[in-house]
Design a protein around this ligand. Structure first.
Ligand code: IP8
Length: 261
């Protein structure tokens, strides 16, 4: 049995700032992941290493102009720089992380991820390695290239691994009923899927994000819960929340398959 964790790019980086990592946060999160009683598969977002340029060059729509290929290569290289820093932090925490790159393995059709052979990741876990992957540019049969979010990758992973738990590490205390700052925004602790759907509709299109931000994450979470997986959202900026979630405690928002309606 494994646990799946998505480290949000907005936690690892300041999404609206230049491409730089919050090193203290990354190191602490790596140490918290290392306390997991079960093997962990780590997926991370792109944050400021991917979203600003991917949005600016409209890469989600594919190879739309003469400079698209070059922009795609730039974003890919940048995301890999972030990925190396994640590997370094996980190694410092005592784990043995290895990256399985989506760009070399995934073929999307019009934005929808196709098959990815995850057996090598499974074998890696058996050998004591910690598989790591990330949101990235991937090849697409209709668009040439597209932006594949780590959140989409989580759905594929959950399908294959049937994890005990899926944890989304974000930069707020959990899922809010309305976008942060909104007068009605309050923390949903154990929401029904209907409440999650409402929160999703509320956040749609409100963010500076190449892959749909919180709305996309909530859509991914709902898809997983419907298949019987428990999904947690925890604040990665607060020490201890991730290790507690990995040990089974509720520290933010928990979506459970029992609370479906
Ligand atoms: O941060 C986006 O991945 P995400 C990947 O997981 C790029 O949504 C290249 C912007």
């Amino acid at each position: 049995v494994v646990q799946l964790i998505k480290l949000g790019g907005s936690v690892l980086t300041d999404k609206d700032g230049p491409a730089s990592v919050r090193n203290d946060v990354l190191d602490r999160l790596a140490r918290e992941i290392a306390t997991s009683p079960e093997p962990v598969v780590v997926v991370h977002g792109a944050g400021s290493f991917g979203h600003p340029l991917a949005r600016q060059a409209k890469l989600a729509a594919g190879l739309v102009g003469p400079k698209s290929a070059q922009a795609a290569a730039t974003v890919h290289a940048s995301v890999r720089r972030l990925n190396l820093q994640v590997l370094d932090a996980l190694r410092r925490a005592g784990l043995s992380p290895v990256t399985f790159s989506p760009l070399g393995s995934f073929l999307c059709s019009d934005g929808l991820p196709g098959h990815w052979n995850l057996i090598p990741l499974h074998r890696g876990i058996e050998l004591g390695l910690t598989p790591v992957t990330h949101g990235d540019l991937v090849l697409d049969t209709a668009r040439g290239l597209t932006v594949l979010s780590g959140d989409q990758i989580m759905i594929e992973m959950a399908r294959f691994f049937s994890p005990t738990r899926v944890v989304f590490v974000i930069d707020q205390d959990g899922v809010l009923s309305a976008p942060p700052g909104h007068a009605e925004a309050e923390l949903l602790v154990e929401p029904t899927l209907l409440e999650v759907e409402r929160a999703q509709a509320f956040s749609d299109g409100t963010e500076n994000d190449a892959t749909g931000g919180m709305a996309n994450k909530l859509a991914a979470a709902r898809a997983m819960v419907k298949r019987g997986v428990e999904v947690d959202f925890v604040n990665g900026l607060i020490a201890g929340r991730v290790s507690e979630a990995l040990s089974g405690a509720t520290t933010g928002t928990r979506l459970t398959p029992e609370a479906r309606t």
